[in-house]
Design a protein around this ligand. Sequence first.
Ligand code: BTN
Length: 328
Amino acid sequence: MIKSTGTRDNILFYLKKNKGIWISGETLSSRLNISRAAVNKHIKKLRQEGYTIESSTKKGYLLKTFADLLLADEIREGLDTGIFGKTDILHLKETDSTNVQAKILAAEGGPEGTLVVAENQHSGRGRKGRTWFSSPGLGIYSSLILRPAISPTEAPGITLMTAVAAVEAIIALTGIPASIKWPNDIMVKNRKIAGILTEISTEMDSVDFIIVGIGINVNTPADAFPSDIKKIATSVYAETGKRFPRVKMLQTYLRNFEIHYETFKKEGFPGIREKWKSFTEIIGKKVTVRKVAGEITGEVVDVDHEGVLIIQDGNGEVHRIFSGDLLL
Ligand code: BTN
């Protein structure tokens, strides 16, 4: 986990202040009152974290315009949240799945608000055992540890709440007409732009921790999606033709998340239900829900105060759907 070390932060501060300009090792060592060897050691560490820092024996160090990496300091900078994206952040260049890594940290006692973020996942996970395609450096793959004092039955509301935080971020920053498809998909014209995977660990009747993972397709070109999902996936880049800074998107999502999570902890899903409904287009639509036990076709009447989907079939029978895949 990347923790703040005073000297490291100070070196980064000077490098950023002088971005694009060389700063000598001597200047750094005298300003920070540390040896040249210590400067060198911290520069090496910053490089390991992902910063591109050139060095020259004559000129010193130069911080290059950094690629759009989801580095802990970049996420923290300018973010006005209390804990999400401000406290513990684990940034990984490559991992199996950020949800898996967050689960390991949570089981070891990782606190609420811990953020795991990766540039790439080789075993990204989706709902119902499906995989999540991750294109290296182009999407957001992130997971948060939550420890709310709620009962396990309330936990599905977290997924719905997260969908609001994500759809708001996408719309506000890109103007794309994104909407929520119950329960966890963020869609643009019938193509998925983001997905949420919520995993819960319970003890008796209480929640031990919840991992809420989100994948947002930001800069993935349309033709980079594998053939099996090409027709059903999209990205910010595919929709707008413009590359988008991922850090900004992640920060906006985290800010929204914190606001809605506070409401959720006080009022449960009812506190966010109207907002959720304002971002969905499924109400009044004819849909088919695919469940383990079979399919139900009918009209979506509502999403109730528990986040349960209410469907009325052709015979007028009303069904309460707790989980399933929605086919429009
Ligand atoms: C789905 O739509 O089925 C859920 C997709 C969730 C993908 C994200 S990417 C970050 C986090 N880590 C994972 O392995 N999955 C979630």
